[in-house]
Write a protein that binds this ligand. Structure first.
Ligand code: CP
Length: 316
């Protein structure tokens, strides 16, 4: 595979290869020397047209741990603000010899446009495009679930809240279905996408009835910046019906995990005590994001045929 654009592009074996590779690379985080020479001499460009904390920093950390050179490009303060197009930005990056371009863009499909163009020959990794997809987020979420729960076949995952605007939800549904999990989307009718019945997942408007039958509850950020105010329920009403607080968390099975991709609206979709509780793996999701993004860069740039065991020597 040359690009990573959609979680739906990965078949089961490919998804498990990324997760198993990330597991090997995750071991590095516990070693005194966390770097591998694998991508020495290669250049990874982080091309961010939209704000990010976790994704941008973890892709940068991942590329540096593989010894790649990293160029960080933020549209803010660049010639994009003078009207430069995606094509001319891409041609500029190609002229600098990019081997991989990690793209976040507010327009759904922008990374696909770049990958399909002849503007650039680099691998393109989708770091979040509009309301469409965020495949490495889904991979790090699956990786985190797998570390706690084992294989995901038959596991019950509730994805809760603003599904309509969530690229995280779309990528998670695609990947979790590939891995055999049972997904339920929960939210108010106005925040579930039109045509959601074609996603082949269960849906519910009633969070309280779903929680006791759930292995993982993944809370989604309410994306008020993408909403018409007229469609948004009041924060208090939203929180009352769909917020995860300590009382609701008590309804979960003992082994169940609480997840959130971040950034969180504490006090809206998740209360601060739940976000900081022992059930929450939200900080661990961020840690795991580095290993998963290392795996994605490794497999795209070093090649799926390169054994990760050779790259990560046994510790003596
Ligand atoms: N989860 C996520 O994509 O976070 P950032 O927007 O901070 O990258």
């Amino acid at each position: 595979m040359k690009h990573l654009l959609s979680a739906g592009d990965l078949d089961r074996d490919e998804a498990l290869l990324v997760l198993d590779t990330a597991e090997k690379l995750r071991e590095l985080a516990d070693r005194p020397i966390k770097k591998l020479p694998t991508l020495r001499g290669r250049t990874v460009v982080n091309l961010f047209f939209e704000d990010s904390t976790r994704t941008r920093i973890s892709f940068e950390a991942a590329a540096k741990r593989l010894s790649a050179d990293v160029i960080n490009f933020s549209a803010k303060g660049s010639s994009v603000e003078k009207g430069e197009s995606l094509k001319d930005t891409a041609l500029t990056l190609a002229a600098m010899g990019a081997d991989a371009v990690v793209v976040r863009h507010p327009a759904s499909g922008a990374p696909h446009r770049l990958a399909a163009s002849d503007w650039i020959s680099a691998s393109v990794l989708n770091a979040g495009d509009g309301t469409h997809e965020h495949p490495t987020q889904a991979l790090l979420d699956a990786f985190t679930m797998r570390r706690h729960l084992g294989e995901l076949e038959g596991r019950r995952i509730a994805i809760v809240g603003d599904v309509l605007h969530s690229r995280v939800a779309r990528s998670n549904v695609l990947l979790l279905q590939t891995l055999g999990a049972d997904v339920t989307l929960v939210g108010p009718p106005t925040l579930l996408p039109v045509g959601v019945e074609q996603w082949s997942v269960a849906t519910s408007y009633d969070l309280d009835s779903v929680l006791p039958k759930t292995d993982v509850v993944m809370m989604l950020r309410v994306q008020r910046e993408r909403m018409n105010a007229a469609f948004f329920p009041s924060a208090r009403e939203y929180s009352r019906r769909y917020g995860l607080d300590a009382v609701r968390m008590a309804a979960l099975p003992d082994h169940a995990l609480v997840m959130h991709p971040g950034p969180m609206n504490r006090g809206m979709e998740i209360s601060a005590d739940v976000a900081d509780s022992t059930r929450s793996v939200i900080v661990e999701q961020v840690t795991n994001g580095v290993a998963v993004r290392m795996a994605a860069l490794y497999l795209l740039l070093a090649g799926a045929g390169s054994a990760v065991d050779d790259a990560v020597p046994e510790q003596r």
